[in-house]
Design a protein around this ligand. Sequence first.
Ligand SMILES: Nc1ncnc2c1ncn2[C@@H]1O[C@H](COP(=O)(O)OP(=O)(O)O)[C@@H](O)[C@H]1O
Ligand SMILES: [Mg+2]
Length: 233
Amino acid sequence: MEPLLAADDVHAAIGSSRILHGITLAVGKGEVVALVGRNGAGKTTTLRTFMGHLRPRRGTIRWQGQDITRRPPYWRARAGIAYVPQDRRMFAGLTVDESLEVAEAAHACPRSREEIYELFPVLADRRRQLSSLLSGGEQRMLAIARALLANPALILLDEPTDGLAPVVVEHLLSRIATIAEAGIAILLAEQNVRFAAMLANRGYMIHKGTIRREGTVAELLADDKSVGRYLTV
Ligand SMILES: Nc1ncnc2c1ncn2[C@@H]1O[C@H](COP(=O)(O)OP(=O)(O)O)[C@@H](O)[C@H]1O
Ligand SMILES: [Mg+2]
C-alpha cells in the first residue's frame, strides 16, 4: 500500500547553509513514527520542509503517491497535513475558546470544539482565559487542539514534550496516544527517545541532516552506539 507521506532523498538549505543532506523516510496511514535526534540534528527543518515552509533543493515528497514537492503549505494543510511547531505561537489577545473558534471556522472539520474539550478537559476549564496566559503544557495542548480542528490525516509534531515537567509530559503523551488511536498518523520529532518510545513503534534517527538508522524504537534504543552518539535518553 502507498504510504501516506514518503520523502525520498530530500535536501534542504536555509539561506546558504545546507541543513538536510538526503532525508528518506515514510509514514503509513494511521502510523506513529518517531524522528529522533539531538538538538541541531535537523528535526525541525525536516518537518518544515514536509509542511512546505522550506523548498527542497533536491529530492521528492509524496503524499498518498502524489508528488507534492512544490506544493505550498496551504495546499498541504487542505490535503490533510497539519504542523504543530516547537515554539508556541499563540494568538495574542484571544481566549482559548476564541482561538479554537478561529481554527474551527477556518476548516470544514467534522470535529467540534466540544469534542476537543472532551479530549483536553484542561482546556475546557480554561476556555475563557487568554491563551497567552496558559502554562507551557496547556499551550502545547491548545496548539495540538487547533491542529486537530483542521481534520488532519497526519500531524507533524515537533518536540511536544520540550521544556515540560514530567507529570505534564505524561498527561500530554496520553492525549497524543488517544489522537493516534483515532487513526491520525503522527510524525513525532523528539530528542528524548524514551518519550518517543511511549508512542511510536518505528522510528528514524537523524544526525547532521542525515538519517543514520531506522528500525523499531526498541532496535534504536538497543543500539548503544547510536544512543551514545546521536540521542538523549
Ligand atoms: N534559520 C536558520 N539559519 C541558519 N541555520 C539554521 C537555521 N535554523 C536552523 N539552522 C541550523 O540547522 C541545523 C538543524 O536545525 P534544526 O532543524 O532546528 O534541528 P533540531 O530541530 O533537530 O534541533 C542546526 O545546525 C541549526 O543551527
Ligand atoms: Mg527542533
